[in-house]
Write a protein that binds this ligand. Sequence first.
Ligand SMILES: [Mg+2]
Length: 277
Amino acid sequence: MRSTLEATSVKIEAGASLQDSIWTDAKRPSPVELLAGDAHNYALFLDCDGTLLDIAPTPNEVRVPGGLVELLVRLSKGLGGALAVLTGRRLAEIDVLLAPAKLIGAGVHGAEIRTVNAGAIARVASALPNSLVEEVVRRTQRLPGIIAEPKGPGLAVHYRLAPHLKEALESELRSLLTQYADGLVLCPGRKLFEIIPAGHSKGTALETFCALPEFAGRRPIMIGDDMGDIAAFAAAWRLGGVGMRVAGEHFGHTNVELQNPKRVIAWLTSLAARLDE
Ligand SMILES: [Mg+2]
């Protein structure tokens, strides 16, 4: 047991793989066990797409379920403000989706951060070089079904509408990134690749939040569905917390804690009820 715990204390960057074997029971209590625990002492970290929201053919087509925003606001209050959204999207986009709430959170895999509900968004990494963004957009325009989505410090390239182009796209992007030394990394996700600044991840964001007064001393609970969430799972474990995986293209449908966003929302609803007790 001890060696397993030590092994997972190694920093896991966004995009790293994570073997099922290191998901010990201590790091993945069942959703029911967590509800029976000391809920008032939790800090909640939530991915959005694929976790709270069903994946859509394109990012603009996602639908926000009725009542979700109210639920998140209620949870944030019930947890004394210890709730943060950790997303690959820009926080400004999340604000539109979750209006009128402007939740504490990190966008573009930790490259943007908001540390106070309704507070300003701070960019903690510089914007990607224009030349790179322009080159990616230029090259992907030649590939039908590929959507390049510039987002300030990051750039997502979606291939959900053209999955057969995955390999060609990845080698194209990797060859472009060789010009940028170690400053940028390519993070694979659910039917997309993201170019993000090295040194930032949902894990670094989770650690930043856990040092804030609202979060400090609480047990971090991270819920996510994709590669980019792995760094946050690892950060939650390092801080004595747990992770819950949501089924999907990345984690599959066996050996996960929550089967879909609907189940995530049902679990969050039960948690909110516990916090009202
Ligand atoms: Mg996701």
